[in-house]
Design a protein around this ligand. Structure first.
Ligand code: NAD
Length: 278
C-alpha cells in the first residue's frame, strides 16, 4: 500500500480548500513551528515540511523561545496562539530536559493545535468526538480507507502506546468499529498477540521488531516506524519476511510518511476554516 497516491489526493483537497479560504479573504495559510530544542534530526524533518508546504502554497515560519526556559516557551506559545495571522502551531517534541510539556500546552490554544496534542483535542478524541486529530495515526487510517480495508468487526492490533501515534490510533480504530488490542514494552508474548491481528499497526520505533512468523497470513500491516538501520530507513516490520505472509503492507519509506505530511497540511486548513467560521 503506497502512500504517494493517497497523499496526492489529500494535497489536492488541501489546495482546493485553501483557494476557497483565500477567495473568502482569509490571510495566507500559515503554520508556525516552535522549536524548543536544538535537534539536527528534527531540523531536517522541519526543512522537508517547509519545502512541501511552500510547494503547495502554504506558509511556514520557524520560531525559537527567546531563551531555553519554560516561561519563554509558554509566552511564545501564548503570543502565537493570539496571532490572527497564524492558523496552526506545531510544537516539536521532545522538549529539552527541564521543560514541561503539560505546562507548555496550557499556553497553546486548542484552536491552533495542528497536531492534536492539546488535552482538549486528545480528550475529545478519547471520548469518541474527534476534532483535531494527530496527523500520523490519521494518515494510517487514510491509507486503510483508500485501499478499501474494512475495519468493522476486525481485530486490529496496535504495537506502541505513545500519545502521538499509538493512543490516538486506538480511538480512531474504535470509531471505525474494530476490536482493538494494544501492545507495548510490557506485553507478554508479543508474537501470540500480533498473530491474532486482521490489521496490524506498528508504532514501536524498533527496526525488525516484527517478522513474518508474527503475522497472520493475509493480514494487513501498516508500519508507522521510522528507524535508521545502517544507511537505510526502515520500519518496524522486517519488510521481506512480513511481505511473504501479509496480504498487504505499507513500505518504509513511502508509506505512512508522505500521507502524514499531507494530513498535517489538511489539519492546518481545518483550523483555518474554523477560524473563518466555516
Ligand atoms: P515512542 O518511543 O514515543 O513510543 C513507542 C511505543 O512503542 C511505546 O509505547 C513502547 O511501549 C512501544 N514499544 C517499544 N518497543 C517495543 C517492543 N519491543 N515491544 C512492544 N512495544 C514496544 O515512539 P512514537 O513517537 O510513538 O513513534 C513510534 C514510531 O513511529 C517511531 O519509529 C517514529 O519515528 C515513528 N513515527 C512516524 C511518523 C510518520 O509520519 N510515519 C510520525 C511520528 C512517529
Amino acid at each position: 500500500m503506497q502512500g504517494r497516491p493517497v497523499a496526492d489526493a489529500i494535497w489536492a483537497d488541501v489546495e482546493r480548500r485553501a483557494a476557497v479560504l483565500r477567495d473568502g479573504g482569509s490571510p495566507a495559510l500559515t503554520l508556525a513551528i516552535v522549536e524548543a530544542a536544538d535537534d539536527p534530526a528534527s531540523a531536517a524533518y522541519l526543512r522537508q515540511i517547509q519545502r512541501l508546504f511552500e510547494r503547495h502554497g502554504l506558509l511556514t515560519a520557524r520560531h525559537k523561545p527567546a531563551e531555553p526556559t519554560q516561561t519563554a516557551l509558554n509566552s511564545l506559545l501564548e503570543r502565537l496562539s493570539g496571532d490572527a495571522a497564524v492558523h496552526g502551531i506545531l510544537l516539536t517534541q521532545p522538549l529539552p530536559a527541564g521543560l514541561n510539556l503539560e505546562a507548555a500546552l496550557r499556553h497553546l490554544s486548542p484552536e491552533k493545535d495542528v497536531e492534536g496534542v492539546h488535552p482538549w483535542n486528545a480528550g475529545s478524541l478519547a471520548q469518541g468526538r474527534p476534532k483535531l486529530v494527530p496527523s500520523t495515526p490519521l494518515a494510517g487510517m487514510e491509507i486503510l480507507a483508500a485501499n478499501g480495508v474494512e475495519l468493522r468487526g476486525k481485530h486490529a492490533v496496535v504495537v506502541g502506546r505513545s500519545p502521538i501515534v499509538g493512543r490516538p490510533l486506538i480511538q480512531l480504530l474504535l470509531l471505525a468499529d474494530a476490536t482493538v488490542t494494544i501492545c507495548h514494552t510490557r506485553t507478554v508474548d508479543l508474537p501470540s498477540v500480533t498473530r491474532q491481528a486482521d490489521v496490524l499497526l506498528l508504532a514501536a520505533g524498533r527496526a525488525d521488531l516484527i517478522d513474518g512468523t508474527m503475522v497472520r497470513p493475509g493480514a494487513v500491516v501498516v508500519d508507522f516506524g521510522i528507524n535508521v538501520l545502517g544507511d537505510k530507513l526502515v520500519g518496524d516490520a522486517a519488510f521481506d519476511s512480513v511481505c511473504d505472509v501479509a496480504g498487504s503492507i505499507t513500505p518504509v519509506p513511502g508509506g505512512v510518511g508522505p500521507v502524514t505530511n499531507a494530513v498535517l497540511a489538511r489539519n492546518l486548513v481545518q483550523l483555518a476554516e474554523l477560524a473563518a467560521g466555516g
